[in-house]
Ligand binder design. Structure first.
Ligand code: SF4
Length: 238
C-alpha cells in the first residue's frame, strides 16, 4: 500500500519533471503563452509575485488568467510609492492582490534584534521579512511566477522560463526571462501598464527603502540594491 508520504514524494517528482519539460518546450514561447500554460495547468494553485516595481507580469497574467492572485511582500520598509503602486494595481487591474507581512513588525524586530538590522545583517533581515513570509504565503500554490529577467544581472543570466524551485518544491515560472529592458518599456507603453514612480526618479530596481539607491548611467539595473555590499539577492530566488 502506498503511504501518504510516498504519494507526496511522487507528486513532487511529477511536478519537477513537468517543470523541466515545460522549460524546454516553452523556451521560445511568448510571455503570454507561458502564462496561459501556467494558468491552464495549475488554475487557482498558480500565483504571480510582484515587487510593485512595475505591473508588467501582473498585467500579462491578468490577460492569461483574469482574477489571478498577485502576491506582494510588504516588508514594512517599502517606499510610499511602492505601496501606492500596489493599491493602484488592485484598483485598476483584474487581479486579486494578496499582501504578505512578516510575523514581526519593524518595531518588534528592532526590539528583538536592535535597530537597523538591515545595516548589520541584511541576510537575516531579508530572511525574516521576505524569505519566510513568502515561503509561508506560497504554501497554497503549486506554481508561482516572477518577473526575473536574464539581462538584469549575471546571477539571473540562466533563469529558465519554467523551472523547479528546489527550496520551495514548486514550479517557478519566469515568463519575461528572455525580455530586455526595451521589451519591458515597449510593453508598458503599448498597454499603459502601471509602473512605480521611482523608476522615473533615477531608480532602476526598487526594493526596500534602506537598501535601495539610485543608479548612475551605465550601471546595471540591480547595482542600486544593497550597494556597497557583496549581497546581490534577497534570497527569494536562490
Ligand atoms: Fe531588510 Fe533590506 Fe532585505 Fe528589506 S531588502 S528585508 S530592509 S535587508
Amino acid at each position: 500500500m502506498t503511504t501518504a508520504r510516498e504519494t507526496a514524494a511522487q507528486g513532487t517528482r511529477d511536478l519537477k519533471a513537468l517543470a523541466e519539460q515545460a522549460g524546454r518546450d516553452l523556451e521560445d514561447a511568448s510571455a503570454l503563452e507561458i502564462l496561459t500554460w501556467a494558468a491552464e495547468t495549475f488554475g487557482k494553485k498558480f500565483a504571480v509575485t510582484s515587487s510593485m516595481e512595475d505591473a508588467v507580469v501582473a498585467h500579462l497574467a491578468s490577460r492569461a488568467f483574469p482574477g489571478v492572485d498577485v502576491v506582494f511582500l510588504d516588508t514594512g520598509y517599502h517606499f510610499e510609492e511602492t505601496i501606492g503602486t500596489r493599491d493602484a494595481v488592485q484598483a485598476v487591474m483584474d487581479v486579486n492582490v494578496i499582501t504578505l507581512t512578516p510575523r514581526q513588525s519593524v518595531a518588534e524586530q528592532d526590539a528583538r534584534y536592535g535597530p537597523k538590522l538591515h545595516d548589520r545583517d541584511p541576510d537575516l533581515c531579508c530572511a525574516l521579512r521576505k524569505v519566510k513570509p513568502l515561503e509561508e504565503g506560497l504554501t497554497a500554490y503549486e506554481a508561482w511566477a516572477t518577473g526575473l529577467r536574464r539581462d538584469e544581472s549575471p546571477t539571473r543570466a540562466n533563469t529558465p522560463v519554467v523551472g523547479w524551485d528546489e527550496k520551495r518544491q514548486k514550479v517557478k515560472v519566469s515568463p519575461i526571462a528572455r525580455w530586455t529592458q526595451d521589451d519591458v518599456d515597449a510593453y508598458v507603453a503599448e498597454h499603459g501598464v502601471l509602473t512605480n514612480p521611482l523608476l522615473m526618479d533615477g531608480y532602476a530596481s526598487v526594493g526596500c527603502a534602506p537598501c535601495t539607491r539610485r543608479v548612475a548611467e551605465g550601471e546595471d539595473a540591480r547595482a542600486g540594491r544593497w550597494a556597497g555590499r557583496a549581497k546581490t539577492e534577497c534570497g527569494l530566488h536562490g
